[in-house]
Design a protein around this ligand. Structure first.
Ligand code: ATP
Ligand code: MG
Length: 161
């Protein structure tokens, strides 16, 4: 499913809609070029979850945790990491083991992951000709595909192409 995001507010709104409804345990894999809107979406996600703290990309810390919303948000940015460093992070702990309080795990530069979670929602961002962005939402599993369909039916994700 592809959506048009004509401006940054639209990107944020999409994130906000997702933040209001996504269940704990959801993994969001965000991919796309530099500046394509990944952090903006996660900022919206934070709003939708009811997180008051401003969300900025993790730079010195590898994972930013926001426990105070409807469900916890774990924000990960793999941009500065090489393949080995990504492997060493052992992000599998977020989906294979119950080490953390279940929440939403949002990963920027998910294309750098060697091991993907079995169930995830993928958001691929791209620059549009008009200065805006397009995002393609997809999933390999039926649970998330049903969820996407539901969101669409309830008009939570607007401006479908
Ligand atoms: N749909 C959109 N249309 C136009 N500009 C947008 C859109 N979404 C976000 N932006 C703007 O693009 C810029 C970069 O956004 P953002 O930081 O979210 O990208 P990013 O994908 O996280 O970048 P990076 O790869 O550096 O992490 C910001 O100024 C943001 O406001
Ligand atoms: Mg970013």
């Amino acid at each position: 499913m592809e959506l048009e995001l004509p401006n940054a507010a639209a990107t944020q709104r999409l994130g906000e809609g997702l933040g209001r409804v996504l269940p704990a345990g959801t993994i969001l894999l965000l991919s796309g070029d530099l500046g394509s809107g990944k952090t903006t979406l996660i900022q919206g996600l934070g709003l939708g979850l009811g997180i008051a703290d401003p969300i900025s990309s993790p730079t010195f810390t590898l994972v930013n945790e926001y426990p105070e919303g409807r469900v916890p948000l774990y924000h990960i940015d793999l941009y500065r990491l090489d393949g080995e460093e990504v492997t060493d992070l052992y992000l599998e702990a977020y989906w294979d083991e119950q080490e953390t309080v279940p929440g939403i795990v949002a990963i920027e530069w998910a294309e750098r992951l060697a091991n993907l979670p079995a169930q995830a929602l993928c958001l691929a961002f791209a620059y549009a000709d008009n200065g805006g962005r397009n995002v393609t939402l997809s999933s390999q599993d039926s649970v998330h595909r049903d969820l996407l369909e539901n969101l669409l039916n309830h008009d939570l994700l607007v401006d479908e192409v």
